[in-house]
Design a binder for this molecule. Structure first.
Ligand SMILES: Nc1ncnc2c1ncn2[C@@H]1O[C@H](COP(=O)(O)OP(=O)(O)OP(=O)(O)O)[C@@H](O)[C@H]1O
Length: 588
C-alpha cells in the first residue's frame, strides 16, 4: 500500500469520529445549513440582478433607447434588501455554529480530563507530562480554533460553488464548460499538496508535545540543572528540539501555502479565456453585455470558494493531526473498572488481606514482584523492609489497586481489589507516601479531603492535625488553616507536606492504613512525636508500613523482608532476630 493511501486511510476514521461529536447537534446543524443556503444564495443572485441594470443602461446609452430609471432604482432597492437579508442569515448561521462547536470542544475537554483519571498509573510513567498537557490543552485548542471556521467555510464554499455553477450554466453552458476545466486541475494540485504536508503537520504536533515535555522537565528540575551546571547542556538540548520543530513547522506551512498561488495562476488563465470568449459572444450578439458582466463576476466569485476549499484543506490537516492525537489519548487502555458494589469486606476466616501468587512487571518483561503470597489478619501491623528497588512501594501500590498484578490476585475480605467500587476503595484505605500530592486549596480543605463525611468541622480538622503534629506549624503560618497551598505545594517543605498528608489519613479513619516512608522528610524529634500519634491511629487497623526506622519496624506484628520482589524472610521481631539474615543485619 502506498504512503498516500495510508495517510487517507488514517484520516477517514478521524473525520468519522469528529462527525460523531456533531451527531447530537444534527437539528441545529440542519438550521445552520438552511441559513447558509439562504445567505449564500442571496449573495450569489446579486450579479444577475446587477446585470439587469447594466443591460438596461447599455441599451439606453449605446442603442439610444430610453433608460428606465425607476426600473434601475427598483433593482438597487432589491439588491440592498438581498444584501441585508444575507447578512442576517450569516449572523444566524455563525451564532448557531459557535454554540455547537463550543459544546463539542467542551465535551472533548471533559472527556480528556475524565480519561486522565481512568488511566493506569503506569501510563504516566511512559508518557511525558508535557505530551499529555500538549494533547489535552494545545491539541484541543487547535481543534477549538479551527473547527467552527472549517464547518462554516466548508458549507458556504460548497453552497456557493453549486449555486454559481447553476447560474453560470444558465447564462452560457459553453463558457461554463471552459471554466469547469479548473475543477480537476484544482483538485489535482490540492490533493498532491495536502498529502505531502499532512505528514509534516502530524510531526509538528508531536514535536510540540515533545518540546513541552522538555520545558516542563527543565522547569521542575531547575535546581538540579543549576546545581550541576547543566544550563548549557539543557539549552543545547532545547535548541535541538526547537530547531526540529522549526524545520517541521516551516515545511508544513510552506508546502501547504503553495496551494494558493498555484490555484491563482490556474484561475487567472481561465479568466483570460472567459474574457476573450465573452467579448466574441457579445460582439456576435449571442449574449447580453449585462449577462457577460455577471458571468465574469461569477468567474471571480467561483474562484473564491475553490480557494477557500483549498485553504480549508490546510486547516483540516492540522485539525485532523490534533484530533488524532486527542483520540489516541482517549483510546488509551484504562485501568480496569471496579464494578462490584457494596462488597462485603468482613472476611469469612481471619484473613483480611490476601496476596495470592502475585507477580507484577512494569514493562511486561522483567518481574518486579515475584509470586508473593501473603495472608494478613484484620488489625495486624505489617512492616515491609528491603533494599532500595526491592519492590516495597510497588507492593503497596498493588495493594491499593493502583497497579494491576500481571499474575495472581489481591483479595480484601475475600473480594478482588479490582472489583471493589472506587468509593468503597477510597473509604477502605488511608495512605501517606514519601511524596504527597496536595491540592492547591487551603490546608483545612486538604486535611478535610481525607474524611468520608460531607461536613467536616474545624474541630475535627484541628484534632487530626494535632495528632499528626501538624497543628503547631500550621498555626504559625500567616493564614493558619486558611493558607492556600501553591500549585505543586511549593510553599511548604516536604516534611510539612507529609504532616498534612498524615493529618489527612487521620481524618479518613480507614480500615487499612498504608504508610510508605510516611515520615522520611521529618526530623528525628518530630518523627518520634509522630510515631506516638501514628501508634494511636494504627491501633485496631490493618497497617502496612514501609519504613527505615528500626523502632517502628520492631513493634510491627509481622515483618516482611523483600529481595528482588520476593519474600525472603517473614516473622515478628523476636523470630527474625534469632535468625541470621537481612533483618538481623538491618537492625544491628
Ligand atoms: N514506574 C515505574 N516504572 C518502571 N519501573 C519502576 C517504576 N517504579 C519502580 N520501578 C522499578 O521497580 C523496582 C521496584 O521499585 P520500588 O519503588 O517498588 O522499590 P522500593 O523497594 O520501594 O525502593 P525504595 O526503597 O528505593 O523506594 C525498581 O527496580 C524500580 O526501578
Amino acid at each position: 500500500m502506498t504512503r498516500d493511501k495510508n495517510t487517507y486511510n488514517k484520516i477517514q476514521p478521524v473525520i468519522k469520529r469528529l462527525l460523531n461529536y456533531i451527531k447530537p447537534y444534527k437539528r441545529k446543524l440542519f438550521s445552520v445549513v438552511i441559513f447558509a443556503v439562504c445567505s449564500t444564495s442571496f449573495t450569489i443572485l446579486s450579479p444577475v440582478i446587477l446585470g439587469l441594470a447594466v443591460t438596461e443602461l447599455y441599451e439606453g446609452a449605446v442603442q439610444g433607447s430610453k433608460v428606465d430609471l425607476q426600473y434601475i432604482f427598483l433593482i438597487i432597492c432589491l439588491l440592498a434588501v438581498l444584501y441585508l437579508l444575507s447578512s442576517v442569515f450569516t449572523y444566524m448561521q455563525e451564532y448557531l455554529l459557535i454554540g455547537v462547536t463550543q459544546k463539542i470542544i467542551y465535551t472533548l475537554r471533559s472527556e480528556v480530563y475524565q480519561k486522565l483519571y481512568k488511566l493506569p498509573i503506569t501510563f504516566f510513567d511512559h508518557t511525558s507530562h508535557g505530551d499529555i498537557l500538549s494533547r489535552s490543552i494545545n491539541d484541543i485548542e487547535k481543534i477549538n480554533n479551527t473547527f467552527k471556521q472549517m464547518i462554516s467555510q466548508f458549507l458556504t464554499s460548497v453552497i456557493s460553488l453549486l449555486g454559481i455553477m447553476l447560474i453560470m450554466l444558465y447564462i452560457s453552458p459553453l463558457i461554463t464548460g471552459v471554466v469547469f476545466l479548473i475543477i480537476p486541475g484544482s483538485i489535482f494540485i490540492t490533493k498532491k499538496i495536502v498529502k505531502k504536508s499532512q505528514l509534516y503537520f502530524k510531526n509538528q504536533q508531536k514535536l510540540l508535545g515533545n518540546l513541552n515535555g522538555f520545558v516542563e522537565e527543565s522547569y521542575t528540575g531547575q535546581e538540579t540543572i543549576k546545581a550541576f551546571n547543566l544550563e548549557n547542556d539543557a539549552d543545547e538540548n532545547f535548541q535541538k528540539r526547537n530547531n526540529l520543530l522549526y524545520e517541521y513547522s516551516w515545511k508544513a506551512q510552506y508546502i501547504s501555502s503553495t496551494i494558493t498561488p498555484l490555484l491563482k495562476l490556474l484561475q487567472n488563465m481561465v479568466y483570460i479565456v472567459v474574457c476573450v470568449l465573452g467579448s466574441i459572444f457579445v460582439i456576435n450578439q449571442l449574449i447580453t453585455l449585462g449577462n457577460i458582466q455577471a458571468f465574469i463576476m461569477y468567474v471571480r466569485q467561483f474562484q473564491q470558494p475553490v480557494n477557500k476549499l483549498a485553504t480549508i484543506m490546510n486547516t483540516i490537516q492540522s485539525t485532523i493531526a490534533a484530533s488524532e492525537r486527542v483520540f489516541q489519548l482517549l483510546d488509551e487502555k484504562e485501568q480496569p473498572l471496579s464494578a462490584k458494589k457494596n462488597a462485603d469486606h468482613s472476611s469469612h476466616n481471619n484473613e483480611f488481606v490476601h496476596f495470592e501468587n502475585v507477580s507484577f512487571s512494569y514493562d511486561h518483561s522483567s518481574s518486579v514482584i515475584n509470586n508473593v503470597n501473603l495472608k494478613i489478619n484484620k488489625g495486624e501491623t505489617v512492616a515491609i523492609i528491603g533494599e532500595n528497588g526491592a519492590g516495597k512501594s510497588t507492593l503497596s501500590l498493588l495493594l491499593l489497586g493502583l497497579l494491576a498484578p500481571s499474575e495472581g490476585r489481591i483479595l480484601i475480605g475475600g473480594n478482588n481489589i479490582h472489583q471493589i467500587e472506587e468509593q468503597e476503595k477510597f473509604e477502605l484505605f488511608g495512605t501517606v507516601f514519601q511524596e504527597n500530592w496536595l491540592f492547591s486549596r487551603s490546608i483545612r480543605e486538604n486535611i478535610a479531603y481525607g474524611s468520608k463525611a460531607d461536613d467536616v468541622t474545624d474541630e475535627e480538622v484541628i484534632k487530626a492535625a494535632e495528632l499528626a503534629q501538624a497543628d503547631y506549624f500550621i498555626r504559625n503560618l500567616p493564614d493558619g488553616y486558611n493558607t492556600i497551598i501553591n500549585e505543586s505545594g511549593s510553599n511548604l517543605s516536604e516534611g510539612e507536606k507529609q504532616l498534612i498528608a498524615i493529618a489527612r489519613a487521620v481524618m479518613a479513619q480507614p480500615e487499612i492504613l498504608v504508610l510508605d516512608e510516611a515520615t522520611s522528610h521529618v526530623d528525628m524529634m518530630m518523627d518520634e512525636r509522630i510515631q506516638t500519634g501514628l501508634q494511636g491511629l494504627m491501633r485496631g487497623r490493618t497497617t502496612f508500613i514501609i519504613a527505615h526506622q528500626p523502632s517502628t519496624i520492631k513493634t510491627a506484628d509481622r515483618i516482611i523482608v523483600l529481595e528482588n520482589g520476593e519474600i525472603i524472610q517473614e516473622g515478628n521481631h523476636d523470630e527474625l532476630w534469632q535468625k541470621h539474615g537481612y533483618y538481623k543485619d538491618f537492625i544491628s
